[in-house]
Design a protein around this ligand. Structure first.
Ligand SMILES: [Zn+2]
Ligand SMILES: [Zn+2]
Length: 102
């Protein structure tokens, strides 16, 4: 496979030129199809740039969802921790009410 830029002979299926590091083959991020040019996948038609942007967006989305989930879990944990306290207070109030009634 000859480099389109510097005409260096490279081994077949080389991803980058061994001399000038120009990308010689592109792997589709969606279907793993390997082709000689970037841009759009010859096999599944995915736009490489759009797909990588989508991947970054999905990663950010997943990260924020994970943060959201952690926050929800923390508030549940806080409620469980506070439960004996609030429960204890209402128990004290209940006992005081009993005492007052006598
Ligand atoms: Zn080259
Ligand atoms: Zn593809």
């Amino acid at each position: 496979m000859q480099c389109p830029r510097c005409r260096q002979e490279n081994p077949e299926h080389a991803q980058f030129c061994t001399r000038c590091h120009t990308p010689l083959s592109y792997t589709c991020p969606a279907c793993k199809h390997v082709q000689a040019h970037g841009g759009q996948c010859e096999q599944c038609g995915v736009d490489f740039a759009k797909y990588s942007a989508l991947l970054v967006f999905t990663a950010q989305e997943t990260a924020s969802q994970a943060r959201e989930r952690t926050r929800a879990r923390t508030s549940i944990v806080r409620q469980i921790i506070l439960l004996p306290i609030t429960g204890g207070i209402s128990l004290v109030k209940y006992l005081l009410g009993l005492l007052r009634r006598k």
